[in-house]
Design a protein around this ligand. Structure first.
Ligand code: FE
Length: 194
């Protein structure tokens, strides 16, 4: 009788340990799947939205908000330019004649886009830069609106419309990023660390 008891207890322990192992494996699998999902998320944990460019290719942006949300956050003019691809009237923008040292962030999402180092006076009527702060801070797409073929410049973080880029800029790039002041928010150099 004693032997039977010992065998039964042994089987029970073996069964429990097997079950625990299975649970551990299941947990590991769930963790692995979650890690995979995290690759689809932006650094700040928000989901990635995807829009189609004029040429049909997909573009993804970390900031995913609908028009109602943007309307609540932006001024009517910011919404018209950033979200509806409008253009501010030439020579009227707050950063057209503006030479302070600092960075220009996206007025929609705060992403750093340009710096005063690359800003220059193009005479076009809009703030002009010969390069973005970093290559990946902006994205571009072909724009065939208004009977012209241009290259649109957008914030790489939220997809907000910034302006257009032309190939008549100064050295070293030969590019002119023609940007609406409305799409930008300037921060002086000393404020950059916040
Ligand atoms: Fe942005």
């Amino acid at each position: 009788m004693k032997h039977i008891h010992i065998v039964m207890i042994g089987l029970l322990i073996a069964g429990t340990s097997c079950q625990a192992q299975e649970q551990k494996q299941e947990q590991a699998q769930i963790q692995e799947e979650n890690c995979g999902d995290e690759l689809m998320l932006a650094k700040d944990g928000s989901s990635v939205s995807t829009v189609k460019s004029a040429s049909g290719e997909s573009m993804s942006f970390a900031i995913d908000k609908n028009n109602d949300e943007w309307k609540n956050e932006l001024s009517p003019e910011e919404f018209r330019v950033l979200r509806e691809k409008g253009t501010e009237v030439a020579y009227t923008g707050k950063y057209y004649k503006f030479d302070k040292d600092g960075v220009y962030r996206c007025a929609g999402c705060g992403h750093t886009l340009f710096t005063s180092t690359e800003k220059y006076h193009s005479g076009s009527g809009w703030p002009s830069f010969y390069a973005p702060a970093e290559e990946e801070t902006v994205v571009t797409q072909r724009d065939e609106s208004h009977g012209m073929v241009r290259v649109e410049v957008m914030c790489a973080n939220c997809g907000g419309h910034l302006g257009h880029v032309f190939e008549d800029g100064p050295r070293p790039t030969g590019l002119r990023y023609c940007i609406n002041s409305v799409s930008l928010e300037f921060k002086e150099e000393s404020d950059n660390e916040e």
